[in-house]
Design a protein around this ligand. Sequence first.
Ligand SMILES: NC(=O)c1ccc[n+]([C@@H]2O[C@H](COP(=O)([O-])OP(=O)(O)OC[C@H]3O[C@@H](n4cnc5c(N)ncnc54)[C@H](O)[C@@H]3O)[C@@H](O)[C@H]2O)c1
Length: 269
Amino acid sequence: MRFSGKTIIVTGSGKQKGLGQGILERFADEGANCVVSDIVIDDEAQLVADGLRGRGAKVAAIACDVSDAAQCDALVLQTVDAFGAVDILVNNAGIGFMMKPLLDVVSADFAKVISVNLNGAFYCTQAAARAMVKRQEETGKGGGRIINIASQAAKTGFPHLPAYVSSKHGMIGLTRASAVELGMHGITVNAICPNHVTTALGAEQNLYFSKLLGFESVEAYVANMAAKNPMGRPGLPSDTASACAWLASEEAHYITGEALNVSGGEEMH
Ligand SMILES: NC(=O)c1ccc[n+]([C@@H]2O[C@H](COP(=O)([O-])OP(=O)(O)OC[C@H]3O[C@@H](n4cnc5c(N)ncnc54)[C@H](O)[C@@H]3O)[C@@H](O)[C@H]2O)c1
């Protein structure tokens, strides 16, 4: 129960089988108060919240479109109202739908992906860090953890994903820039770079790339991906959740500004 009494927000965590749900389940099991947040709190998000309650966690479900700075501020304020503080923020909300060749991408689509994946992480980082610093000034009890769910696409270029790849590379820049300024407040900021995980977003990408690359089926495409991975399988939400739990733990208090691959060895730099 390492996170007993701590409060975690995970943006974009309202989908079943998503990385966000997996992360919250891990923290619920280790005693944290959990904030499920997504662009809307629909029936699926309520199911995620109910599942966490079933694991014994105190849970709030708060709608937040991360591309809107005011909603990110409100997410943090409502969390502080509900639980007294924000200890851990995971910037997980992301979109990757816009799969098109570079030459066909329209500027509005490019901007949309950046506004959710990168601007959203910035707005939430700023809002949470302000609350963490304020708590330090008022109570002397400071510190916090911010974790950005980037991607293998934060370190390597992939075809037909120019906005996604750019946004994820940008998240590493945001991680480093935030880490150098927030260290003095006892706040660490790190990124996690998962390889493919078959979530809602991952399934869309599988469908597109299996067709693009001429595989006879999505299953054949995924099997080929698994065969090329040193550990012999794609990622799971629990792989990313374990890395988050470690980065949020006391064990990792001197680790900041890193971009940690969680890819079974698929990405090594
Ligand atoms: N699945 C993968 O293969 C993979 C690999 C590496 C990184 N990632 C990253 O992991 C994160 C989670 O993705 P996932 O694979 O679990 O997919 P997912 O589709 O299950 O989760 C993404 C979530 O973001 C939410 N979202 C979209 N726009 C939003 C907005 N404007 N404001 C708030 N929430 C919004 C969606 O509603 C959804 O719940 C993403 O940042 C993604 O880029 C995924």
